[in-house]
Design a protein around this ligand. Structure first.
Ligand code: HEM
Length: 237
């Protein structure tokens, strides 16, 4: 019997998806305005989020619901480690820190694993289906904007998935076949909306960094122009 959860999630998070796409940091990213320092902070946060999610799903591998949705080929922890090594170097573990929004996100995942593990379906859906959907486009943008040619995009690469479209169809079918009742389905949709909110908060934190970085760049270029201008003036005189 189908719970129709895939459709419920798609429809039930449509508004949240549009809101997430419209956060300044995400909009800038799509336009190719990506600042390396902000981006690596996001990668750091995502590392802690995915590590928590994947650790908890591993512990729950015999759980009647989580066991169904625990696809190892989706795991992102290792790819995020690779990217952090690229952005921060070999001492990345000593350098990466969780932001306050990232901390709340991780805490929620840990809490659910203890109290209502079935709601972790919402977190799996929000991140992995999103990664599978926009990954290739975002990878291209990151490469062009940050002039990456030798790494930094492992997160977007699913080496163990041959066809992302087919995999998404399989994932959606698995969602539909989960042994859940309507009330649990509704709670999962509610949690997925909260998960979108947690992602938005992480992006919003980075917006401040991005604006500051752009401000510094503009300021520096103005100073350079003024200095150059006065030198040129001095030379002319
Ligand atoms: C950068 C801005 C974004 C763009 C351009 C984008 C684009 C897309 C597109 C085109 C799809 C549809 C794929 C399909 O029909 O198979 C999709 C689906 C999805 N996206 Fe995004 N997305 C963005 C941001 C996000 C964010 C921030 C999240 C959550 C953290 C997210 C989560 C999802 C999910 C869960 C789906 C699957 C929807 C479903 O079919 O149930 N997206 N996205």
């Amino acid at each position: 019997m189908s719970s129709n959860l895939a459709q419920k999630l798609r429809v039930g998070t449509k508004k949240a998806h549009t809101m997430a796409e419209n956060v300044g940091f995400v909009k800038c990213f799509l336009k190719g305005v990506v600042e390396k320092n902000s981006y690596r902070k996001l990668v750091g946060n995502l590392y802690f989020v995915y590590s928590a999610m994947e650790e908890e799903m591993e512990k729950l591998q015999d759980h009647p619901i989580i066991s169904q949705i625990n696809f190892k080929e989706l795991y992102r922890q290792k790819t995020l480690e690779q990217d952090l090594n690229y952005y921060y170097g070999a001492t990345w573990r000593e350098q990466v820190q969780l932001s306050s929004a990232g901390k709340a996100y991780v805490q929620r995942i840990r809490e659910l694993a203890e109290t209502e593990p079935e709601l972790l379906v919402a977190h799996s859906y929000t991140r992995y289906l999103g990664d599978l959907s926009g990954g290739q486009i975002l990878k291209g943008i990151a490469q062009t904007a940050m002039k990456l040619d030798d790494g930094g995009t492992a997160f977007y690469e699913f080496d163990d998935i041959q066809n992302e479209k087919e995999f998404k169809a399989k994932y959606r079918q698995t969602l539909d076949e989960l042994p859940i009742d309507d009330a649990t389905g509704d709670r999962i949709v509610e949690e997925a909306n909260d998960a979108f909110g947690m992602n938005m908060k992480m992006f919003q934190e980075l917006e401040g960094n991005l604006v500051k970085a752009i401000g510094i760049m503009v300021y520096n270029s103005l100073i350079r122009r003024r200095t150059r201008g006065s030198t040129e003036l001095a030379t002319a005189e």
